[in-house]
Design a binder for this molecule. Structure first.
Ligand SMILES: [Mg+2]
Length: 273
């Protein structure tokens, strides 16, 4: 491809590639000096599992992310509903920049120890109410993420309506409580209002080395839609996984294809060099 066209838009190339769904044989012209990669974890980089603890991180994923992080001069971040501690355990010993807890926590660079908390931990009385909902069925798993709580019901899908009804009852009982309910894939998450993955990404994009780069965000779930919506304001692009979500520039069939594409970015880079 001629240089002029390549420089027109680093993002456009990947857009076309994904539209053609030729993920296995990508002819990418992405310029890694100009982009930032923002990646959801569950359902995007790794396959969903019955519970968050059962998720398997493929052995090559960490090295791929680390190599991309180096090649992007640090402009690679994980954007997850998981807390930062949880994320670090998943990818240990690798530690990457991250937006955790749906924007409640933030780490701007891999070597910064500071984790900025964007919200107070959730009130204990409120948590107790959600713990009570988990007792509706032994298949419902309550997860305390500090800044949010999650009710996982992949093992008890028949409880979906009862869970949301009970959560609605809590909200009706405490109309002043500053909480948002996030429906996900077999998970109902309750977090503080006032921050989202999008608020976290906005903050990240205001800081080096992300600032001024074209962000490419990949996410699979409802909670990622807030980030899809803000990508145009950063001249970025968004991609969903498993379905074509509203407003995205393209989509991947599954996390395996996302991982293959990430490796391909490095392969292309090696060929150019
Ligand atoms: Mg996800």
């Amino acid at each position: 491809m001629d240089r002029r066209v390549m420089e027109k838009s680093a993002v456009r190339a990947v857009d076309g590639i994904l539209d053609n769904m030729l993920v296995a044989s990508l002819d990418t012209t992405l310029e890694l000096d100009r982009i930032a990669l923002l990646l959801d974890i569950d359902g995007t980089l790794v396959e969903l599992a019955p519970t968050p603890r059962d998720v398997i991180v493929p052995p090559h994923l960490g090295p791929t992310l680390e190599a991309l992080y180096e090649r992007l001069d640090g402009a690679l971040a994980l954007v997850s509903g998981r807390g930062l501690t949880d994320i670090d355990v998943m990818f240990a010993p690798l530690q990457l920049p991250a937006v955790g807890g749906h924007g409640a926590e933030m780490r701007l660079s891999a070597d910064s120890e500071a984790v900025a908390a964007r919200a107070p931990p959730m009130d204990n009385d409120l948590k107790r109410r959600f713990i009570a909902i988990a007792q509706l069925d032994p298949g419902i798993l309550y997860e305390d993420k500090g800044y949010s709580v999650a009710l996982h019901y992949r093992l008890a899908p028949q409880c979906e309506r009862a869970i949301y009804a009970a959560v609605s009852a809590v909200r009706a009982d405490l109309p002043q409580a500053p909480i948002d309910v996030l429906p996900g894939k077999f998970v109902c998450e309750i977090k503080h209002a006032g921050f989202t993955k999008a608020t976290g990404v906005r903050e990240l994009m205001g800081c080096a080395p992300f600032k001024g780069r074209q962000p490419l965000f990949i996410g699979d779930d409802v909670t990622d839609e807030s980030v899809f919506a803000i990508m145009p304001s950063f001249h970025g692009a968004s991609f969903s996984v498993g379905r074509r979500a509203h407003g995205v520039d393209g989509y991947f069939a599954n996390p395996k294809d996302v991982r293959a594409w990430l490796r391909h970015l490095l392969d292309e880079e090696a060929m150019v060099r």
